[in-house]
Design a protein around this ligand. Structure first.
Ligand code: GTP
Ligand code: MG
Length: 200
């Protein structure tokens, strides 16, 4: 699938104020600084669509982008960012939780994971919570340009090892880099496949 248009629509703090849920949408979540906004820019071939930063905590709202006038990509704030004040952290998680549980047209959540780290508790727990709530998601390993091919494989194996006790089967996993565009074709093909599904 080609992305021929990508437009910013709205930023919201509340799922109830998001655009009409009449199109398929795919949201990007993960720890702060994992590369959510960068991946959205990479997929849309648009350097500055979603705001990125070297400092964690850049994205603080639910941001909708309309792609090809047909479906939405959604950039979400990160979780697990220690330097945000406690009350704000609570607010973020409520905002994110409500969005994830209530947004009826969100077809698949892309859970971004920094491929440079060993499995982190916060990511494992977040995915368990998604599983418990029946939220469809896939794993997306980011910043793969910083790793060798062997290290990339090891990173997936480590998650498999950690998750095998809780999960019947591993969620689908993609390996990506916003720098080299690794994984772009695969992610867009996957979205195209999901776009074919009828809206319920
Ligand atoms: P928050 O909005 O703060 O939650 O962060 P985010 O997850 O949206 O991350 P963002 O896209 O802003 O990227 C964070 C930093 O990681 C930036 O300095 C990016 O340039 C860098 N980065 C993102 N993706 C990649 C990648 O694939 N490779 C490399 N080398 N750096 C990346
Ligand atoms: Mg961001």
């Amino acid at each position: 699938m080609e992305v021929y248009s990508a437009k910013f629509v709205t930023s919201n703090t509340d799922v109830k104020k998001c655009p009409e849920p009449d199109k398929h949408e795919y949201a990007f979540i993960g720890r702060s600084n994992v590369g959510k906004s960068s991946l959205i820019n990479m997929l849309t071939n648009h350097g500055k669509l979603a705001k990125t930063s070297g400092t964690p905590g850049k994205t603080q709202l639910i941001n909708h982008f309309l792609i090809n006038d047909e479906w939405y990509l959604v950039d979400l704030p990160g979780y697990g960012y220690a330097r945000t004040s406690k009350s704000q952290r609570g607010q973020f998680s409520a905002m994110i939780r409500n969005y994830i549980l209530q947004r009826e047209n969100m077809i698949c959540l892309f859970v971004l994971i920094d491929s440079r780290h060993d499995p982190l508790k916060v990511d494992l727990e977040f995915m368990e919570w998604l599983g418990e709530n029946g939220v469809p998601f896939v794993m997306v390993f980011t910043k793969a340009d910083k790793l060798t091919t062997t290290e990339r494989m090891n990173c997936i194996s480590k998650y498999q090892e950690k998750m095998k006790d809780t999960w019947e089967s591993m969620p689908m996993a993609f390996i990506t880099s916003a720098e080299t565009k690794l994984g772009r074709v695969e992610l867009l093909s996957y979205i195209e496949e999901l776009n074919q599904l009828e809206m319920e």
